[in-house]
Write a protein that binds this ligand. Structure first.
Ligand code: SF4
Length: 704
């Protein structure tokens, strides 16, 4: 279905969600450019987005038709879609009949479109009768979801990207936007270039590219973020740099936070964080003197066994200073994936309900189940990401349906995940290419349409909802993910899945949000196509969207106040280092790769930046181990080991090493596979894994 028309769509990589113009010429050659009319990126694209045309055009490795194993030891064989749905429905029905609905689960992705997310959630919670649907977004932002809910009453990013150009102080914690949210960072960098008085504080155990533009880099010891934020809070209180009128009128629980902030003196806090006390004072001075203050954070805070404590202690700083609900101010969680926000809207997690309703609330559950017309929705959360794979290993979960994600590489403690997938009675993998290591475990492999090959919507980090049109036909027999799900639901015999297109699914989702905080009942494909993107809520058909939340200083809590939360702990609870494992491994992203490289790994241009995994190590730690630049090292944790080339510098703290998370089993020898090492401890509330902290030892590789 190629045409000469220029199509407006959205980048399929990160949560910045840049607008892209797509052209397809008569020969079918695809070209992409930044959309200068799109408010989020104003025409800019980063290296990943700029090379999306290569990914869209490359059909090598694509799954072209359904493939099925007739039994575990047989190879996958081509089958028809009808046969695939018949088998999937038969196996799911039989397992559910024997072991109950909680014996099956769905593991999906922040790259799914909102309609796909909505349908899987509806099918699982509303019809199968289990809350066992979770997502790889659990791995990146569930601590932020809990932090926002506890503080603001709802999972709600209060600000817009346009606030960046209005702020005069930024605290960027546990994030490297220069590499991981490049266009957002470019907006910040330009703002700073034009307004040198703007202050940027970066909190990170590594000196990353983002630090190049910072006025202050707080290179804290891993796991000491809560101590740092509490110390800044204490200094703000002592120096009377807090907004007492705002605190009195619009917040609750201030005294508890004040008490906790005073647990340590500034000197004690600085010592524990491993930074000069003057730097804490300086950070508090910048924040306290700011007219408009924005905090930004992502995985460095979220991916922790104390992720919620880190989030609430940072959110407290915005409340203390009254920096929320006004232009240029607010706490801004940067989402990792392109539609992590959309997934949250439809309740696409084991602990959430659709339309930001509350799973623990019986009236909310009834509203949603009545709307869907299926069965009763269970009150208890289902298995979260790591719990799902634990449940497979323990035999409690028998079948898992994996959509658009590669847990064999992306989950912590990947050897355990592999064991779980081998142990499962039935594994369905629905994806675009064989490039994903997880397809090797599939009993049923379903070909899905990719970017440009299907229609739907996504929501970016600033709550901006956009329409993504179908531009080209999918190869072979691949189908849109939404259609795969509704046809499976039909094969299961469920009513309420007789959709003709994704627009009908979207209308249903919008209607369900009516009267909620995220009300988008004023939206439709027609409006999104004709009028462009909208920021939720959009509660009626002429509403123009909401760039900023809480401008009336009324929050989504029952008492309409923002709630201070004393963090549950000051101290890190990650696994201990000892003589055998004395170093702390931090994992993260590099500029030109995305997740497990199933797409970016195929683009030659992107491989020129960093072509292979590397271990970043402080030169002092390396010297003590007789390791030199470029040596191959063995990195060993309590769960596994990898070999990887060493890169030395002084930008990373002593006793800390860093491995990118993108690489899986390359060269068949676990070369640089970070998640062989990471541990699957999770935050007790958000259930987000502790990817940023595990105990390791590094030795020089010696050939036997
Ligand atoms: Fe795509 Fe993110 Fe780059 Fe924008 S910043 S082009 S959304 S990867």
């Amino acid at each position: 279905m190629n045409s000469n028309k220029t199509h407006k769509t959205i980048c399929s990589y990160c949560g910045v969600g840049c607008g892209i113009l797509v052209d397809v010429d008569a020969k079918g050659t695809i070209s992409v450019d930044g959309d200068s009319d799109y408010p989020s990126n104003k025409g800019m694209l980063c290296s990943k987005g700029r090379n999306l045309n290569y990914v869209a055009q490359d059909t090598t490795d694509r799954i072209l038709y359904p493939e099925m194993k007739w039994s575990r030891n047989h190879p996958l064989q081509r089958v028809s879609w009808d046969a695939a749905f018949e088998r999937a429905a038969a196996v799911f029905k039989s397992i559910i009949a024997k072991h109950g609905p909680d014996s099956v689960g769905f593991y999906v992705s922040g790259q799914c479109l909102t309609e796909e997310y909505y349908l899987i959630n509806k099918l699982t919670k509303g019809f199968i009768g289990t809350n066992n649907i979770d997502t790889n977004s659990r791995l990146c932002m569930s601590s932020a979801v809990v932090g926002y809910k506890k503080t603001l009453g709802e999972d709600s990013v209060p600000i817009s990207y346009e606030d960046i150009e209005l702020a005069d102080c930024f605290l960027i914690a546990g994030a490297n936007p220069a590499w991981c949210h490049p266009i957002l960072y470019r907006r910040l960098e330009k703002h700073k270039e034009e307004n040198p008085q703007v202050k940027i504080i970066v909190v990170d155990p590594r000196k990353t590219q983002t630090c190049a533009g910072a006025d202050l880099h707080l290179q804290i010891l891993p796991g000491t973020d809560v101590i740092l934020f509490n110390a800044i809070a204490r200094r703000l209180i002592e120096k009377r740099k807090i907004d007492s009128a705002f605190i009195k009128k619009h917040t609750a629980n201030y005294e508890a936070v004040k008490e906790m902030a005073y647990t340590l003196t500034l000197k004690e806090a600085a010592k524990k964080c491993g930074i000069p006390v003057g730097d804490i004072r300086k950070a508090a001075e910048y924040i306290g003197n700011a007219k408009k203050f924005i905090s930004m954070w992502t995985m460095g805070l979220n991916q922790s066994v104390i992720g919620v404590a880190k989030n609430v202690s940072l959110l407290n700083l915005s409340l203390l200073t009254g920096q929320i609900g006004k232009p240029g101010a607010g706490p801004f969680s940067l989402t990792g994936q392109p539609n992590a926000m959309g997934g949250r809207e439809v309740g696409g997690m084991a602990s959430l309900l659709a339309a930001h309703k509350n799973l623990g609330n019986a009236a909310h559950r009834k509203e949603v189940s009545d709307f869907w017309g299926g069965g009763e929705i269970q009150a208890e959360p289902g298995y979260t990401a790591t719990e799902m794979f634990d449940a497979l290993n323990e035999g409690k979960l028998k079948a898992v349906w994996i959509v658009c994600t590669n847990p064999a590489v992306s989950m912590p403690n990947s050897n355990k995940v592999e064991r779980a997938l081998k142990k499962a009675k039935f594994v369905v993998v629905q994806d675009i290419s064989h490039n994903s290591e997880t397809t090797k475990f599939a009993d049923l492999l379903l070909p899905a349409a990719g970017w440009l090959e299907k229609e739907g919507t996504m929501t970016n980090s600033e709550r901006r909802i956009s329409h993504l049109p179908k531009v080209i036909d999918a190869p072979g027999e691949a189908l849109p993910d939404a259609e795969i799900i509704w046809r499976f639901a039909q094969a299961m015999g469920y009513k309420g899945f007789d959709y003709k297109n994704s627009s009908e699914v979207y209308d249903e989702h919008c209607l369900l949000t009516k009267g909620t905080e995220i009300d988008i009942s004023g939206l439709s494909y027609e409006r999104l196509i004709n009028e462009g993107s909208f920021q939720w809520p959009v509660p009626h058909k002429t509403h123009k969207g909401t760039p900023r939340l809480f401008t009336d200083r009324k929050f989504f809590t029952n008492d309409k106040k923002a709630h201070f939360n004393a963090p549950s702990t000051l101290y890190n609870k990650s696994e201990e280092t000892d003589n055998n494992y004395p170093l702390i491994l931090n994992s993260g992203r590099v500029r030109d790769q995305w997740h497990t490289r199933t797409k970016t790994g195929k683009v030659k241009r992107l491989l020129t930046h960093i072509p292979q995994p590397y271990l970043e190590m402080n030169a002092v730690d390396a010297y003590l181990r007789k390791i030199k630049e470029g040596d191959i090292a063995v990195v060993k944790s309590r769960r596994g080991q990898v070999q990887v080339k060493v890169q030395l510098n002084y930008d990373i703290r002593e006793s800390v090493v860093f491995l990118p998370m993108h690489w899986g089993k390359v060269l068949n020898n676990d070369f640089g596979r970070a998640n062989n090492l990471t541990n699957d401890l999770v935050d007790p509330v958000s259930k987000e894994p502790d990817f940023k902290y595990c105990a390791v030892e590094v030795t020089k590789f010696v050939k036997e």
